[in-house]
Ligand binder design. Sequence first.
Ligand SMILES: *[C@@H]1O[C@H](CO)[C@@H](O)[C@H](O)[C@H]1NC(C)=O
Ligand SMILES: *[C@@H]1O[C@H](CO)[C@@H](O)[C@H](O)[C@H]1NC(C)=O
Ligand SMILES: *[C@@H]1O[C@H](CO)[C@@H](O)[C@H](O)[C@H]1NC(C)=O
Ligand SMILES: *[C@@H]1O[C@H](CO)[C@@H](O)[C@H](O)[C@H]1NC(C)=O
Ligand SMILES: *[C@@H]1O[C@H](CO)[C@@H](O)[C@H](O)[C@H]1NC(C)=O
Ligand SMILES: *[C@@H]1O[C@H](CO)[C@@H](O)[C@H](O)[C@H]1NC(C)=O
Ligand SMILES: *[C@@H]1O[C@H](CO)[C@@H](O)[C@H](O)[C@H]1NC(C)=O
Ligand SMILES: *[C@@H]1O[C@H](CO)[C@@H](O)[C@H](O)[C@H]1NC(C)=O
Ligand SMILES: *[C@@H]1O[C@H](CO)[C@@H](O)[C@H](O)[C@H]1NC(C)=O
Length: 375
Amino acid sequence: MSSACVFVHGDIRRRLQKSGLVLVFVLAFVLACHCCPDKCVCSSQTVKCQNQGLHAVPNSIPAKTKILFFTGNNISNINRASFPTRLELLTDLYLSGNNIEHVEAMGFDNLPKLSRLDLSNNNFQTFDESALPPDNNLEFLNLSRSFNNHSFADVVLDFLHSANLLHLTTLDLSNNDLVILPDGIFSSLSNLTSLSLQNSSLISIQNVTLKLPLLRDLDLRNNSLRTLHSSTLGELSAKPDLRLRLSGNPWRCNCIIDEMLMWLKNATQVMDRQELTCAEPEPLRREPLLQVELSQLNCSSDMERVLETSYVFLGLVLALIGVIFLLVLYLNRKGIKRWMYNIRDACRDHMEGYHYRYEINSDPRLANLSINSDV
Ligand SMILES: *[C@@H]1O[C@H](CO)[C@@H](O)[C@H](O)[C@H]1NC(C)=O
Ligand SMILES: *[C@@H]1O[C@H](CO)[C@@H](O)[C@H](O)[C@H]1NC(C)=O
Ligand SMILES: *[C@@H]1O[C@H](CO)[C@@H](O)[C@H](O)[C@H]1NC(C)=O
Ligand SMILES: *[C@@H]1O[C@H](CO)[C@@H](O)[C@H](O)[C@H]1NC(C)=O
Ligand SMILES: *[C@@H]1O[C@H](CO)[C@@H](O)[C@H](O)[C@H]1NC(C)=O
Ligand SMILES: *[C@@H]1O[C@H](CO)[C@@H](O)[C@H](O)[C@H]1NC(C)=O
Ligand SMILES: *[C@@H]1O[C@H](CO)[C@@H](O)[C@H](O)[C@H]1NC(C)=O
Ligand SMILES: *[C@@H]1O[C@H](CO)[C@@H](O)[C@H](O)[C@H]1NC(C)=O
Ligand SMILES: *[C@@H]1O[C@H](CO)[C@@H](O)[C@H](O)[C@H]1NC(C)=O
């Protein structure tokens, strides 16, 4: 207890020395003591104990505290003993930058009203799924830069899935080396409206259940996304009110991005769509995605395949026509034969006429006659 407190106690004790009520008064005072813990600053219902290198939360946090800043200290564990007295009114707890490595079961059990929890800039290795009571009221959770490397991601992500975070509306998972998100990790966060996955090395958001009915803000800036697959585009299109941020990703502007490109030209949900640029191939580097034409994607191999199939189709059609033609000829063979004979006969008659005239013309005697008469 602080020295101020002790001084007041002494004062009271002196005044009530002879009274039998001394003990009662002291007890009453202790229970009502609003003293500020050592190394902390208290004002109204806010207590700030920041950057003091403290290894534990002081026991004597005033019971009426609503907001506790305990940032920049050095607690490596959160367990049942971390908050030994019940803080019935505490709603906001800031534990950023404490090197916390382990969060154990029931670590936050004495904070029944907790709704805003900042655990950013820590070093989690374990995170018990029953750290928060099952009937918790947590609405805001900041886990930005909260674990060092990818090997600890699963532990923290498991917590999101298993803890009963029904009231959670805002989740910040930015600046963590996540790489890939397990299937449906957000599926139990039915009240989530804002999700930041900024700078989290994500290479894909396929299979991430974005079916969260209330999601309004999704930040995917500065990840390693190269394209969005059609299933994802479908999920996003089904959420016209979503505000999505996608800049700072290395979009690959080749054939695989064509579907996304067409979607993007019409996607008013993408707040920063003017800032999306290609990272490769070299000729399109830094080119804004909105200005890339589908023809620039050089989908030639696809084009060739399309042409190839159309040639095959054309060949088949021609072959079919040929077969039908031959069949028609075959079925009409008698008529055709008759027709051929008729033509032949007509030709013969005609030819005979010609033949006769030819013979006259080619008779040398008659020819000589005509020549001589000329002379
Ligand atoms: C935090 O505590 C650990 C031991 O628990 C100590 O090694 C380290 O120096 C402390 N860091 C700071 C900044 O006080
Ligand atoms: C989470 O914490 C980080 C660092 O402390 C801060 O920059 C960020 O704004 C916080 N996120 C939200 C949603 O407030
Ligand atoms: C992640 O942390 C563990 C334990 O600290 C360490 O053994 C491992 O090498 C780290 N991995 C990377 C990629 O840094
Ligand atoms: C969402 O939160 C509100 C208030 O925090 C709560 O009444 C409601 O039950 C929650 N919805 C779900 C699906 O948990
Ligand atoms: C991005 O996240 C990594 C950890 O994955 C962190 O080291 C780096 O500082 C972050 N970058 C920014 C700009 O915050
Ligand atoms: C998505 O889920 C399907 C089936 O559930 C699986 O085949 C596919 O590999 C998953 N994709 C990714 C990127 O995890
Ligand atoms: C993204 O990364 C770039 C370079 O690493 C950095 O300048 C920028 O501030 C980052 N943006 C966000 C939103 O983190
Ligand atoms: C563009 O979006 C509007 C409304 O979101 C829709 O009606 C229209 O069909 C879309 N156009 C294309 C080419 O997808
Ligand atoms: C597409 O092909 C043309 C001609 O081969 C080439 O000049 C151009 O750089 C290619 N563009 C891309 C994006 O590969």
